[in-house]
Design a protein around this ligand. Sequence first.
Ligand code: DGJ
Length: 753
Amino acid sequence: MKIGYDEKTHIFRLESGDMTYAMFVTDGQGFLGHLYFGRTPGEDDLRYLARVRGDGVPGAEARDRCSFLDSFPQEIPGNGVGDLRSPAVSVTDREGRAVLQPFYRSHRIISGKERLAGLPSTFGSKKDAMTLEITMADDAAKMTVILRYTIFDGIPAVVRSTEVINDGAEPVTLDRAFSCSMDMDLPDARMLSLNGSWGREKRKQLQPIGFGTQSVSSLRGISSHQAHPFIGILAENARQETGEVYGVNLIYSGNFLAQTERDQFGLVRVQAGIHPKGFAWKLAPGEHFQSPEAVIVYSSEGLTGMTHAFHKLYRGHLMRSPWLHRERPVLINNWEATFFDFDLEKLLTIARRAKKEGIELLVMDDGWFGRRDDDNTSLGDWTVNEKKLPGGMKRLSDELAAIGMKLGVWFEPEMISPDSDLYRAHPDWAFSVDGRTPCRARNQLVLDLTRKEVRDAIFDQIAAVLDSADIAYVKWDMNRPLTDVATHAADAQAGGLFHRFILGTYELQERLITRYPELLLENCSSGGGRFDPGMLFYSPQIWTSDNTDAIDRLTIQEGTSMLYPLSTMGAHISVSPSQAVGRLVPMMTRGHVALAGTFGYELDINELPEADAALIPAQIVLYHRFGELMREGDYYRIASWQDNHVCDCYCVVSGDKSRALVTWVQVLCEPNVHCMRMRIPGLDPDRRYRITIASPEVREDDHTGNFLHEGELSSMRGFLNATLTGCTLAGAGLLMPMLRGDFRSVLIELQAE
Ligand code: DGJ
């Protein structure tokens, strides 16, 4: 890892892993140019990459300054001065003038990486992180812009952010402050995004990067189910394990925009940041604004290399929970079991049976507070409904403790029901525009968390509940997009309410984990509507989707795990047929798919068919056996059911390469197929691995799909219990037979000799 600045050429080089990020300062006024981002080149003068002729940078008086600016690869393009592509930073002054061009002034190279105040952000020590801080200024506009770039030892990534300061005597409006902007040479590249909807989160979409602008964005106040604050850029021919791939991921949970803009000369501007729409941040004289951070990853080893860089960065430099490396308790959540229809006895009946099977924590979901028997009421009234839970939270947690179970509780702190005591007392605490009936979603409104008194009132209620009993876990839900975003607070003119709202949410979560450092927090937003790195700063796990059907989960978990470690994905076994899609999936397969996340159950264990319930203890044994491997190991995607329409396969290899677990799911059975070759990457090529099946039970007369048949097992006999070198497994691979029936799965364990 090193950051260097060449006094002669004015080139900055940031190097980590096999990645180099290079910029330079032009002579004269000091434009900051983007030179290169990719595999580490030789120690050459890279200025030719700026495509400027001769000593080439025109001064202020040059007659072709406009064409220079409109083609020069910039690090921080301003607005209204000649670069007519998308700006990265833009301000409007009182007279409505929108003109800004920051120039280089100075820089500092600092060991380590500070966290950002009030925002989720990466961190690093003096030993494992270095930061370059470049100060830019526009003297005419009286604005300073500070760009920060951090690299982390051994990780091919740069973390960037932008700070804007108003040095003038007049207030200005900051229209845009993107976290990153790079003008890159990307001929024939493709853009990867993760899109979807409720129950269909994070599906891959790959499209050529054409001329003009292509973007993914959210204006929903959350990062959203529909889009994700990520774009991948795949060079021509880049694939899962080969070729150059770039990934841009925003550490942010609110409105965002991430885009590519191919210009008239073929250069691609890649940008990501807070969505400028609805932003309009008022900056008074002397005030500053700090953007969220963008993580920019380079991989020369295809998508797998990108995934590893994100996982390493998030595990080592973003997630802080003491639970990060701990085995999480196996939980059972009552939502899909009871919805709102539960009481103390029903919960305890579930808990007693759950305990018997080896489950450790009961999560009481929505419906325990106020008068909430359906989703029309009581958000904001965080007091126990004693009709359902006589003796309150304390009695429930005591009874659970007597059974040997821990208690987890659901909250939705950002919301208010119009039918609630809180709303009746403080109708102005909900976002709404005077004279307009606010738009309800799930019959609820959004609390104005931009106001401190609102945050305090909600926090005090939550703390009173948590202090009243032994509560080990909180599920923090958020179930609607933001609309009617207007405040009734005194400083209503401040602007930027969407951003102020998410800052309010961050502040509440920070307070929660500071006051309850041992609390296991799981974020959620109608499933995976806010599964992003911003939230991972506060909670080590997030509910991945309300769709718990194991086959749909393959796709959802593939998209999610492309960026986020498996240990972050809430993954529960639910009933078959699935409540979301009515699909019948063997209990065995449901268990195997849920192993790739924070494992639990989302069903009424007393209503489960005995044949399914009988498998639970063995599933929990598997979770304990492979939990550490799944949590800490390196994840390799082998086959994607989204792409091949037949089977899904992934493998997790321990850091020391001594063991690995391959999950293979045959989604649809096809006739007349002998076998499918699965190459197993990531192993030590020189070591020999013994190959076994994790649950090899054979039952000839079984048609549940939960057991293998003799014929199926014997077609794997060629490699089962054999030892093969990592080299053979990576090159020749395993030949997986076609199993009878759909939705079958096998877990293959590889143990180095
Ligand atoms: C949406 C969540 O995703 C579900 O798991 C559940 O907690 C419901 N909300 C409760 O209202």
